[in-house]
Design a protein around this ligand. Structure first.
Ligand code: NOJ
Length: 526
């Protein structure tokens, strides 16, 4: 396990909209390099870049045409190498996005694969036996259009043909379903390793693996896909032991024991995670001023996952990502965002901050779909840096931006946040510094609930590592809350680290935790 994960907090950059250095209206790698001082000052020590490779951008770059080449709109491979080096100088590691499950239909491998003549790539994708095979149980097929007399299986949108990692249980009646150890699937595996090694050698510290659970088909319990990742992990432990993988799987109890260093909790698979910050049907979020949110919805989902992964890898709780609306900042003021950050940055595992969430950036409603974003488009708007034109994102005319900047006069910016001691940015900065300097708050520090009752606030928990013991109390609601914790074992004194300094009060009958509305406290025992 790479030791650096222990105190890393990642920051996800959507390269299209972080910072445009050359005034063409779209973000680029030089723009990211330019903003490294900000990221260092913020206190994150890891970056995850959404795909920056050559692509027709039908799905914002998740449709890769050339896995070995940076998309010209973002710069060159040399720019990426420079980003790795510059980031490293500032103590920041960079992870790329590995779209392992599919390619663009414009990828040279797919162009070859769809040809009539058999060639090296014929079995790199999943093709049915004839163009008249329109249905396959549990699989979609894209019908017609290829030179080859066959249909292919897409992995996401129709122009994202699934790479062929084989079938866990090939249907004997459909011999086109190849087993995992067939030559095609084995060649695809070897190529995936080659891609990873290429970027590791250039300076990447790891990958976020897109749709990591989707590789082997007809694999209902995920065991064949897991076996593939076990093999990859063994290879990484041998060849690249300092590099790490985080999966977009959202089944940490499978992904972590089987090879991923980290797995995300994501709203599509984990309702308890979704409930934290986002309304679900009629239910208000857990972090809601009304106090009607129920922390058990999250913790009852989290506890077994935590137990299943402890000592083997980490759960990654993201503040949001490029697929998630609303954003953390939607419907929340700076104080509310700060309480949410206090939670994210004091939980075990490896937190991920989606760009702009530290400011409380809001998603834009009603935008037309951009590059396959559809309903996700609103959470991908330009980063808000300052009060200059286009919020400092780009020098291009406003109508030539990749996406519009939030037009709200109250939109938060980095410049305003840094100048305001009450901003969520400053709170995030403080919490990041705290996490870095207190091992108990790191990825492996033990987590234990002290008070977390349905419909009750505050929530109190502790993190411990060795002799260090840190207690956290959260009150996202708009009323003062107080709870008596007479049984707080062996707690003699506390020292405030962040938030409300006087929240933990010792009395004759034990400890009471008192929090004003929308507040938090992080204290150190002893
Ligand atoms: C998950 C990515 O996060 C999403 O943006 C993309 O559209 C799909 N995978 C397909 O690659």
């Amino acid at each position: 396990m790479p030791a650096w994960l222990e105190n890393t907090v990642f920051y996800q950059i959507y390269p299209q909209t972080f910072r445009d250095s050359n005034g063409d209206g779209i973000g680029d790698l030089r723009g990211i390099i330019e903003k490294l001082p900000y990221l260092q000052e913020l206190g994150v020590t890891g970056l995850w870049l959404s795909p920056c490779f050559e692509s027709p951008f039908g799905d914002a770059g998740y449709d890769v045409a050339d896995f070995y080449k940076v998309a010209p709109r973002y710069g060159t491979n040399d720019d990426l190498r420079a980003l790795f080096a510059e980031a490293k100088r500032r103590g920041i590691r960079v992870m790329l996005d590995l779209v392992a499950g599919h390619t663009s239909n414009q990828c040279a491998w797919f162009r070859e694969s769809q040809r009539h003549e058999r060639n090296q790539y014929s079995d790199w994708y999943i093709w049915t036996d004839s163009v008249w095979t329109w249905f396959a149980p549990n699989l979609q097929v894209v019908v017609g259009g290829a030179e080859r007399d066959a249909n292919y299986v897409p992995n996401f949108f129709h122009f994202q043909p699934a790479l062929n990692y084989g079938f866990a249980k090939p249907d004997p009646k459909m011999p086109w379903q190849q087993p995992v150890d067939a030559p095609g699937p084995q060649a695809v595996r070897a190529e995936l390793k080659k891609i990873m090694a290429y970027w590791f050698d250039l300076g990447a510290s790891g990958f976020r693996v897109d749709m990591a659970g989707s590789l082997v088909k007809n694999d209902p319990d995920g065991s064949a896909t897991a076996a593939l990742w076990r093999e990859f992990r063994a290879w990484m432990d041998r060849e690249y032991p300092d590099c790490a993988l985080v999966s977009e799987w959202s089944q940490p109890q499978i992904a972590v024991p089987q090879g991923f260093h980290m797995d995300f909790l994501l709203p599509f698979a984990k309702p308890g995670y979704k409930a934290l910050f986002r309304p679900d049907g009629d239910a208000v979020p857990i972090f809601d001023r009304s106090g009607r949110g129920n922390i058990r919805t999250f913790l009852d989902e989290f506890a077994p996952l935590y137990d299943a992964t402890k000592g083997r890898g980490f759960i990654a709780i993201p503040s949001g990502n490029h697929d998630t609306v609303p954003r953390l900042g939607d419907g929340r003021e700076a104080r509310d965002v700060a309480v949410a950050m206090a939670f994210l940055l004091t939980m075990p595992g490896v937190p991920f901050i989606y760009y702009g969430d530290e400011l409380g950036m809001r998603a834009l409603d009603g935008l037309p779909s951009k590059e396959g974003g559809y309903g996700r488009t609103g959470c991908r708007t330009p980063m808000q840096w300052d009060a200059s034109a286009n919020a400092g994102f780009s020098a291009a005319p406003a109508d030539q931006l990749y996406l519009p900047v939030d037009p709200s006069p109250t939109r938060p910016t980095v410049a305003a946040g840094l100048a305001d001691p009450q901003s969520s940015l400053r709170a995030t900065q403080e919490l990041l510094a705290l996490r870095k300097t207190h091992p108990a708050l790191g990825a492996s520090g033990e987590f234990r609930e002290l008070y977390a009752e349905a419909g009750q606030w505050p929530v109190v928990y502790e993190r411990t590592l060795g002799s260090e013991r840190i207690l956290v109390a959260l009150n996202p609601t708009d009323t003062a809350r107080e709870v008596r914790l007479p049984a707080l074992p062996a707690l003699e004194s506390v020292r405030a680290l962040a938030g409300e300094a006087a929240a933990f009060v010792s009395g004759a009958d034990g400890w009471t935790v008192k929090l004003p509305p929308v507040s938090y406290a992080v204290v150190k025992a002893g």
